[in-house]
Design a binder for this molecule. Structure first.
Ligand code: NOJ
Length: 526
């Protein structure tokens, strides 16, 4: 069994027993434990068997590469090795596997006219293989890989035509796979795709349209999600009895000074601009949070524009959006300190999480440990706060944690060390906070999903960010998947449905926690 040693470099210098303490215990019966991936990041075979190119293929495989010079042309080669993926999932003992369907593998030019039977066969095989091993498929329809043809012809999400095109793709997937798939996430992290795309970090999504383009593209995505949800509701739900939601990136915003009312409202605004932008229309009232409308208008006026950059919804559109999600998928990685911007402070936001329009100052806390990416602070208690917040502020009735995982830098030249105790600690800490959210705060979270099943192509960072429970040696033509220590740790958590008293892995975590608490107290006393 994996060990969580006391001396691993995974300390939390701001350790506070009341907030961070370990609370052993199990999860509610039927809780889902899973692992996730996405098509572009693992499949490879980007030109095979009739697949059409996506905007990510063009960006990373043709026009440029990731920062480490690699591409996603082969990556984990899951298109050919999906049986191996299912084998390791079964070894882990997960109850579900979250993967995504590549739209342009199924519809190479984005429309039904181009239907590619080979692509459909691939996903049917994967789903059947999972079910044969008793693993529930949890399918994302869109994980940032828009068919290139739709970008060329329609300018992607800037064009409302995509609402119907996405709906038709979704309808096809519901009808083809829905007899076996009961969990659907329409979109994965649209904030990341569109905001990061607009800043040139991922494939361009809004061209030269800037801020107005970002708001317009998100509006199309929201309508596409809602339209697909209604299609499921009307045409498939009765027979298939599944659920349709979406996954959002839920970076927590902690007020820099919690006693300062302006910092508290700034932090609320930060969350509304990142998460509420999507969750508020879908779960609350069919419209953006009021504060968002107010602040975008204010900024647009200050910029000398005649109208707000945030386009309004008509009453029909509001009716379409309101109530159109059965669950929210929470992807949680990090937190930020947020404060009110001082009067006349025209400095650019500290990082892209602090969008200008929210008028907040966003920074990292140097006391929080960082992951393998310098802008990812590790803040487990932020998960608990984010879960409470989406339940309370956006009235989300049902949540799955659809991603949570540790970025770790590895340059690929040195032998990879499979002893990744830091990852086990990371998951132990987050699962602990999740359990508190469920048992102490009563948040209805029904599943936890590790990102990632295996090392893969981490977008602009290529193969240098390893986040998997399994290591993949990308130089090995066989792309062998090797379990890291954290895979053993997670297997134990799943086997015991959490941290029951007396279980060996629980004792290890407990000891590690106590040592950590002692160390922190010791250093405070000095
Ligand atoms: C969120 C994205 O959904 C996923 O594609 C990415 O690899 C992880 N975050 C880790 O950065």
């Amino acid at each position: 069994m994996a060990s969580v040693q006391e001396d691993v470099p995974c300390d939390f210098p701001t350790f506070d027993e009341d907030r961070d303490g370990f609370s052993p215990g199990v999860f509610p019966p039927g809780f889902l434990w899973g692992a996730a991936t996405s098509a572009f990041q693992i499949e490879g075979a980007w030109t095979e068997d009739g697949k059409g190119p996506s905007i990510k293929d063009s960006w990373f495989n043709q026009e440029r590469r990731a920062l480490d010079g690699t591409t996603a042309e082969v990556t984990c080669d899951s298109y050919h090795r999906y049986r191996e993926d299912v084998r390791i999932l079964s070894e882990l003992g997960v109850s579900h596997y979250r993967f995504s369907i590549s739209w342009s593998r199924v519809f190479p030019d984005g429309t039904r006219d181009s239907l590619n039977p080979e692509g459909v066969r691939y996903y049917n095989n994967l789903i059947d293989e999972l079910r044969a091993r008793g693993i529930v498929p949890f399918v994302t329809l869109y994980h940032w890989d828009l068919p290139q043809a739709l970008m060329d012809k329609h300018r992607g999400w800037l064009n409302e035509t995509l609402v119907e095109l996405f709906n038709d793709y979704a309808r096809f997937c519901f009808s083809e796979f829905g007899d076996r798939v009961k969990h659907w996430a329409t979109f994965n992290e649209p904030w990341s795709e569109i905001v990061m795309g607009s800043k040139g970090i991922l494939a361009e999504t809004v061209g030269k349209e800037g801020k107005r383009g970002v708001y317009a593209a998100v509006r199309t995505v929201l309508k596409a999600h809602a339209t697909a949800w209604h299609t499921y509701d009307k045409e498939f739900r009765e027979k298939q009895r599944g659920k349709v939601g979406l996954a959002l990136s839920c970076t927590w915003g902690e007020p820099k000074d919690p006693r300062n009312a302006d910092d508290v409202t700034a932090a609320e605004r930060f969350f509304d601009f990142n998460v509420g932008w999507f969750a508020h229309p879908l779960f609350v009232n069919g419209d953006y949070p009021d504060v968002m409308k107010e602040y975008v208008m204010k900024r647009s006026m200050a910029d000398g524009l005649a109208t707000s950059c945030l386009p309004e919804f008509s009453s029909e559109e509001k009716a379409l959006l309101k109530g159109s999600a059965d669950f929210l998928g929470v992807n949680y990685y990090t937190a930020r300190l947020v404060s009110a911007r001082a009067e006349g402070d025209d400095s650019k936001p500290a990082d892209m999480l602090g969008e200008d329009d929210a008028d907040v100052h966003v920074e990292m806390n140097p006391d929080w440990p960082v992951a393998g990416l310098p802008f990812i602070s590790i803040v487990p208690w932020g998960l608990r706060k984010a879960l409470n917040c989406v339940r309370d502020r956006y009235q989300v009735p049902l949540i799955f944690v659809t991603e949570n995982g540790l970025h770790e830098h590895h340059d690929g030249e040195v032998q990879y060390d499979l002893k990744d105790a830091r990852r086990s600690c990371y998951h132990a800490a987050h699962i602990n906070e999740l359990r508190k959210a469920i048992t102490l705060d009563g948040v209805n979270v029904r599943g936890y999903t590790v990102w990632c099943l295996m090392d893969n192509f981490e977008w602009v960072f290529g193969h240098t960010q390893t986040m998997g429970l399994y290591h993949v040696d990308f130089k090995d033509p066989e792309k062998k998947r090797l379990p890291k220590e954290s895979a053993g740790f997670y297997r134990d958590v799943i086997k015991h449905n959490g941290f029951p008293d007396g279980a060996a892995h629980t004792r290890l975590v407990q000891e590690w926690w106590e040592a950590r608490a002692k160390r922190t107290t010791g250093s405070k006393e000095k």
